[in-house]
Design a protein around this ligand. Structure first.
Ligand SMILES: [Zn+2]
Length: 131
């Protein structure tokens, strides 16, 4: 990575940091196991799995900035491609990622569509899996 490339990457981490910090706090509160994979912190564990199963859309994994919470290592590996798209989205949207995601989901739900599957953030991630 060149000097300016490292600088741009540093800004992406900074911009995504509010989400990353939220993910880290949740990971600590749920006593997860932390591991760094390609510049992303992956967290898994029994309590993490328990929480992910109880989301409004039960998930194998969930991305918050440069932090991915997963039910276990196998789930993190299986979903890595999909969740890395969300990492890139967090780098673009920064602190606006969660509000934008939730507002779009709510809007879709209100017009009778699927707030998860029809959400453009998810559609981009699912498209990457088919590639
Ligand atoms: Zn997704």
């Amino acid at each position: 990575m060149t000097g300016s490339g490292a600088c741009v990457q540093g800004l992406r981490y900074l911009w995504a940091a509010p989400n990353t910090i939220l993910g880290l706090i949740i990971g600590v509160l749920l006593a997860g196991r932390f591991r760094r994979v390609d510049g992303v912190i992956e967290i898994d564990g029994e309590r993490v799995a328990w929480a992910l199963e109880r989301l409004w859309v039960p998930a194998a994994a969930l991305t918050l900035g440069h932090c991915v919470l997963g039910r276990d290592r196998a789930a993190l590996e299986r979903t890595r491609r999909h969740e890395r798209v969300h990492v890139r989205q967090c780098e673009r949207w920064g602190p606006f990622f969660l509000p934008a995601y939730l507002l779009i989901s709510l809007g879709l739900y209100l017009v009778g569509r699927d707030g998860y599957r029809d959400n453009p953030f998810e559609q981009e991630a699912y498209r990457s899996e088919r590639r």
